[in-house]
Design a protein around this ligand. Structure first.
Ligand code: NI
Length: 167
């Protein structure tokens, strides 16, 4: 396994539509393993293949106890609404307020091509929506109704640091 470089907002690859995966081969397995390692090292929640410069429909999401792999994912059902802060590894040091469904059910293939369904609420639902949009060339910043100011961002980072020190 190896980590890959995460590309940043402004790179034209992030605005392109990814193609479906059709070969469930060693190359796909290596891409997924590398994406997992890259996600863990970057301390992120989710990562989509275009963020490492690969225009294929592959997403990894860290659920805490495991990292799930979604190949050719699509949303089957969604309901409810949540409103909250969102960030992206390709948009460093920025956060914005985004409304998302509170519940999402996706179907996807695993690295062997077998289909499965997965459902999640709150952060998981938010993450699925965010990552799947990367596959169509969209960033959350297009959807955010408000971005945090530099001052608000710095306050947030300071508060997180204080909480970590208390813990
Ligand atoms: Ni992102």
């Amino acid at each position: 396994m190896a980590t890959r470089n995460i590309i940043i907002e402004g790179n034209p690859t992030l605005a392109k539509k990814s193609r479906s995966v059709t070969s469930f081969d060693e190359r796909l397995a290596t891409l997924i393993d590398d994406m997992k390692e890259t996600l863990v090292q970057a301390n992120g929640v989710g990562l989509a293949a275009p963020q490492v410069g690969v225009l294929r429909r592959v997403v990894v999401v860290d659920l805490g106890e495991e990292i799930i792999e979604l190949v050719n994912p699509r949303i089957l059902e969604q309901s409810g609404e949540q409103d909250g802060l969102e960030g992206c590894l390709s948009v460093p040091e920025k956060f914005g307020m985004v409304k998302r469904p509170n519940y999402v059910k996706v179907e996807a293939q695993d690295r062997h091509g077998d289909w499965f369904e997965y459902e999640g609420e709150e952060l998981i639902a938010r993450c699925f929506c965010h990552e799947l949009e990367h596959l169509d060339g969209h960033l959350y910043t297009e959807r955010a109704y408000r971005m945090l100011t530099q001052e608000e961002y710095e306050d947030m980072v300071r508060q997180e640091k204080e909480q970590e020190e208390k813990a």
